[in-house]
Design a protein around this ligand. Structure first.
Ligand code: BEZ
Length: 396
């Protein structure tokens, strides 16, 4: 099947080429194991950020993946697993080689993870060429699943869907007031703003202005906050995650905007350890996401209790997406005719629904989850800030 993607940047092409050249010197890019390797534990790769802006997300994803393994005796599909980890870092310069190394050096038969959209776009083709399935457990780049390659699957969301789910709600709440849009200047930031704008404007919303902040280097948001103040906006929509979410939300409150301009965002803004770091500055923020640890179902309660017992903190969407990636691989390895990348990829489309803490979901035709999004609001519940589920925003 032909795959139509927007052309990758020269930088990303250079990174992929360099990774493949390193890979091909002395070893095959193939994820096939030798008979000797096949007799031992099955190598599965996990590539998440252990450093940089998105390190808190990587920690949660590692916890989620490991919790699933622990709950299943260290096995996926009945096979003993050797989990190989690799640090994605902040962007494609580090993330693409980290992902491909899991296949070329560690001989992983499948890889899960990837937080950053630009990294996912840069790594994608190497997995297709090596015939090793990549189960993306966060990065939302819209085009990364385009063409529905049997080697590319995603347990998280698309940037467009998670942001678009909030547009009509904000248009209604803002009424005649205009809304300022702000996000980091890279693939995910641009796609989140684009997705939000589409449904927001279609519902009659007015945009006061937009800014894209340099990704990974913006520590001082004051100049952007001044621009927002001067724009006449009556509310703000943003996408930030990890360390940038802490910086933006705390400075938004320090600058005095939190009292006057309601803050809307995709739910990554107030998820997990960053919400604790933001403290009261995040109170009242309204976000869209496909998970909250507050979802009131027996399946989620059981998961939250197990996660809390294992890590002494509540789970996040990042942990759930990685937990579900392990569940996908569990089912696929059990079904595969052989423990090879090619055989595993062949059956991922046949595994049926995933019984997730977020609710049951299945892959759609593009290999992304079909799932509802929720409107959440940060509230103080008995001295703890939580993302209270207000209502369902609709199915993607
Ligand atoms: C992304 O780059 O796709 C992304 C990063 C953090 C949170 C959500 C999306």
């Amino acid at each position: 099947m032909d795959i139509h993607l927007s052309p990758p940047s020269k930088t990303i092409l250079a990174i992929v080429t360099a990774s493949l050249l390193t890979a091909c010197s002395g070893s095959s890019i193939s994820g096939q194991q030798t008979p000797q390797q096949a007799a031992g534990p099955l190598a599965i790769g996990l590539v998440v950020p252990l450093s940089g802006v998105y390190a808190p997300l990587g920690e949660d994803m590692t916890n989620g993946f490991k919790l699933y393994l622990d709950q299943h005796g260290g096995r996926l599909g009945g096979k003993e697993i050797a989990l190989k980890s690799s640090d994605e870092g902040e962007g494609p310069q580090t993330g693409v080689p980290a992902a491909t190394k899991l296949v070329t050096q560690d001989k992983a038969v499948a890889v899960a993870g990837i937080v950053n959209s630009a990294t996912a776009l840069g790594a994608r083709n190497a997995f297709i060429e090596s015939k090793v399935p990549l189960v993306i457990a966060n990065a939302g780049a819209n085009d990364v699943t385009a063409g529905a390659s049997p080697y590319i699957w995603r347990t998280s969301f698309t940037n467009n869907d998670v942001a678009a789910s909030l547009g009509a709600e904000v248009a209604e709440q803002a009424g005649d007031g205009s809304v300022y849009l702000i996000a980091p200047d890279y693939a995910a930031g641009k796609e989140m703003i684009g997705g939000f704008k589409k449904t927001f404007e279609a519902a009659g919303g007015k945009v006061a202005g937009e800014s894209f902040t340099p990704f990974g280097t913006t520590k001082d948001f004051q100049p952007f906050l001044s621009t927002i103040k001067g724009s006449g906006a009556k509310a703000v929509f943003c996408f930030y995650s990890g360390a940038e979410a802490v910086g933006f939300v705390t400075q938004y409150a320090q600058f005095g905007l939190a009292d006057d301009l309601p803050l809307y965002a995709t739910g990554f803004l107030t998820e997990g350890s960053v919400l604790k770091a933001q403290g009261g500055a995040a109170t009242g923020a309204q976000t869209s996401l496909h998970y909250s640890d507050q979802i009131d179902t027996p399946r989620n309660k059981e998961f939250v209790a197990a996660y809390q017992a294992a890590y002494n903190e509540p789970p996040t969407v990042f942990a759930v997406q990685a937990y579900d990636a392990a569940a996908v691989l569990d089912k696929a390895i059990a079904k595969a005719a052989a423990p090879t990348g090619e055989a595993i990829a062949k059956v991922i489309g046949e595994i049926g629904p995933i019984d997730s803490p977020r609710g049951q979901w299945s892959f759609d035709a593009d290999h992304d989850p079909t799932q509802p999004y929720y409107l959440r609001k940060v509230e103080d519940r008995a001295g703890t800030l939580v993302n209270v589920v207000v209502k369902k925003l609709g199915q993607d």
